[in-house]
Ligand binder design. Sequence first.
Ligand code: AMP
Length: 413
Amino acid sequence: MKIRPVRGTHDLYGDEIKKFNLIKNIVSQNAELQSFNELQTPIFELSELFSKPLGDQSDVVLKEMYTFKDQGDDLLTLRPEYTTPMIRAAITKNLLNEIPLKVYGFGPMFRRERPQKGRYRQFNQINFEIFGSNDVMSDIEIIVIADDILKSILPGCEIILNLNTLGERDNLKKYKTILSKYFNDNKNKLSEESRNKIESNPLRILDSKNENDIEISNIAPPIQDYISNKSKIQFEELKQGLKFNNIDFVINHKLVRGLDYYSQTVFEFKTKNLGSQDTLLGGGRYDGLINILGGPDIPGVGWAAGIERIAMLMEFKKNTNSKVHIAINNKKFVTHLQTLFKYLKNNQISFYWNYKYNFKKSLSKANQDKVKYIIMMGEKEFESKSYTLRNLYSGNQNEIKLDEIKNYLNDQS
Ligand code: AMP
C-alpha cells in the first residue's frame, strides 16, 4: 500500500504552523480587547443542524458535506461552517440568557470541494459572531474587528471590502420570486449550473462567474428596488460608521454570499493577490437563523475568514527556533553537556544539538541554520568546568563559566 494524504488536505509544519500560530495570537488579542469570548465546538454535529438552516438546496448541503452514519446509526456531519455550531452551542449551553453574546473561535472546516490553490477540503477558519443585537453598531463593530485583524496580520496588503444589503427577510423573499421569474424568462441564455438554481437559489446566479450568466445578471431587476426605507437608512448608517473608522469599501449589489440564511448586511474582504480564490473573509447578518435552530427569536451578525488564504499572503521573517547551537567532541563529556541543557532550560534560552560528537558537523549545521552562537565543549572546557561561546557572525569566541552564559548572550545580542 502506498500511503498518501487525502486529496484536498494538507499538513502544517515549520513556517506554515508558525504563521498559523501568529495569526491565532493576533486574533485572540483583538478578541480579548473587545470582550469576545472564545467558543470551541466539536468538529462534528448531527447532520440536521446543517441541513435545516442551509436549506436542502444550498450548494454546501447538496454537494459538499462529509456526512456519515456512525456505529450507533446517528447521522453526523463534519462541520462545513462555524456559525450554526456556534449557535447550537450557545443554545444548548444556555449562553443566550445574557445577550448580546460575543463569541469567536478557530478550527478546521470540511467541504468536499474541487481542490485548487487556496481551496481545500479541510481548511481552517477564524469566526466572529454577535448574537442578540440588531443595532447597526454591531454590524460596524464586527466589520471593524475584521479590518483590524486583517490590517495587523497583512500590513500593506491590498484588501478591499465589498459591501451590500439584501434588505429584510420579507423583502428578500419577494425579490427572490421576481428574480426567479426573470431568470426563468431568460433560461436559455444561462449556464446549466445557473439553470439549476432558478427556483432554489436565484440569488446565487448573481455571483456566477460564467460570462453568459454575468450578461443576463447585469440587466436583472436590481436588488436596491426591493429594499425598504428602513434598510436603506441602516445601510447609510453602516457606511458612515465604516468611513468614520477609515475603512475603504466598494458597494457591490451583486454580492449575495453563498449560504442561504443571510439578510440585510453582507460583506466580503477580497484581494487581487490570490487568483480566483480571492475572498479572504466573508460574513453578514442572519436575523432569522437562531430561531430556526430552536433558539430565541434574536438577531445575529458575524463573519468567517480562511486562515490558509491569509497565511498565503503573509510576509514571514524566516527564523530558526533556537537561539544557540551546541557542539561537543566526545561522548565522555555528556554530564557537562547535560548540566548545560539544565541551565539553558532554566533560563529560557532555546537550544539545539544534533546528537553528533563532532565539532565540525555541529558547526556546519549551525552555519546552515544561520544561528549566531554556538556553545562548544571539549577536554579543556570539561576540565575547567567552562564553556566556549563562539559568535559565528564575527568569529570571536570566549571561554566563560556556566552562570555567565545568559548575561553574555544578552550583552552580545
Ligand atoms: P464561507 O464560509 O464560504 O463564507 O467562507 C469564509 C472564508 O473561508 C472564505 O472567505 C475563505 O477565506 C475560507 N474558505 C472557504 N472555503 C474554503 C476552502 N475550501 N479552502 C480554503 N479556504 C476556504
